[in-house]
Write a protein that binds this ligand. Structure first.
Ligand SMILES: [Zn+2]
Length: 315
């Protein structure tokens, strides 16, 4: 019953070959047609219900010192409701101590991904996730890991070089595994995290350690957190999760074990649900599950065989 995942459509063409060429970024910034996303402290400048894509003509001539400027990509067809096809999108990630932001157009309302992304369309989600990931990297990798010298950004914001030893440094991504556990009877085992309300359930996740495969990490994490052994794993899909820099690798994991043993450190409860049982529990409010933008929800609905309705859907 293995079924392949459709290839995602390109939303923002990152121009990976071109952006490292000398003069590329200068040419983009000289064009009045490019648009600017502004980030500050991990939040995006908003315009209505989506990110602001600012006309550079409305920005002050001098940039805030310490701003990271990054080429995000060229808008692909299909996003015309937000920006014209071919528009070059550039990120201005302001430094943490950017001072007075009164110059920021639109009243300077910044928003975090978790608070606004449910309202976003394709381009808004893609641009936000890419911008947040690369902004996080610039904010935390200002010095050379070899010698400590302050590094300088190049390649349109996609590389930082040490002027002392010439070493080149690139944005990092931490792999993590996330697993929907399915038992021999077809039920799913969902976990309640210590930090959540007691009726909230989700899949189990953890980081891949150095020298470990994703599958080894999945088996280890599931054994540690809920005490069941996985005998097989089916890869489903992945999701960039830049909080601050994860790539979530999503699996369905099968177990013959029937008794879950929460570790009582991260996981304080674990419960088996049948398909109809989970849908009924979500509708009644007895259980709440991860939101629809998350890969956890994707995995749960993959197991369920279709979308799971929320109480609000029926209103
Ligand atoms: Zn160095």
């Amino acid at each position: 019953m293995s079924k392949s995942t459709p290839s995602p459509e390109t939303v923002l063409d990152r121009q990976c070959e071109q952006r490292s060429e000398p003069g590329f970024m200068e040419a983009v910034l000289e064009s009045p047609a490019h648009r600017v996303m502004v980030f500050h402290r991990g939040q995006v400048l908003m315009d209505g219900t989506g990110p602001a894509y600012l006309d550079p003509a409305g920005l002050p001539g001098a940039m805030v010192p310490g701003t990271s400027v990054v080429y995000l990509g060229k808008v692909a067809p299909g996003q015309e409701d937000r920006l014209p096809v071919g528009t070059d999108l550039v990120l201005h990630a302001l430094p943490h101590d950017a001072g007075d932001l009164a110059w920021v157009p639109g009243g300077g309302r910044f928003a975090a991904y978790r608070d606004v992304a449910a309202e976003f369309t394709g381009l808004d989600v893609h641009a936000f996730v890419e911008a947040l990931a690369v902004a996080n990297w610039h904010a935390t990798h200002r010095h050379c890991p070899r010698c400590g010298t302050a590094t300088e950004a190049d390649w349109s914001g996609w590389m930082r070089r040490c002027p002392q030893d010439g070493s080149e440094h690139f944005p990092r991504t931490d792999p993590a595994v996330i697993v929907a556990i399915v038992g021999a009877d077809g039920r799913i085992l969902l976990a309640n995290n210590r930090q959540w309300e007691s009726n909230r359930y989700s899949t189990v996740a953890g980081f891949v350690e150095a020298g470990e495969s994703a599958e080894q990490a999945a088996v280890r994490e599931i054994a540690e957190e809920v005490g069941v052994h996985l005998h097989s794993l089916q890869y489903i899909s992945s999701q960039a999760w830049p909080f601050p820099r994860s790539l979530m690798l999503g699996y369905i994991g099968h177990t013959l074990d029937t008794v879950a043993v929460p570790d009582n450190v991260e996981v304080v409860g674990a419960r088996w649900f049948g398909r109809e049982e989970l849908q009924a529990a979500v509708l009644s409010g007895e259980a709440s599950i991860s939101h629809r933008l998350s890969i956890a929800r994707t995995l749960i609905e993959h197991w369920h065989g279709g979308p799971i309705a929320e109480p609000g859907d029926l209103a």
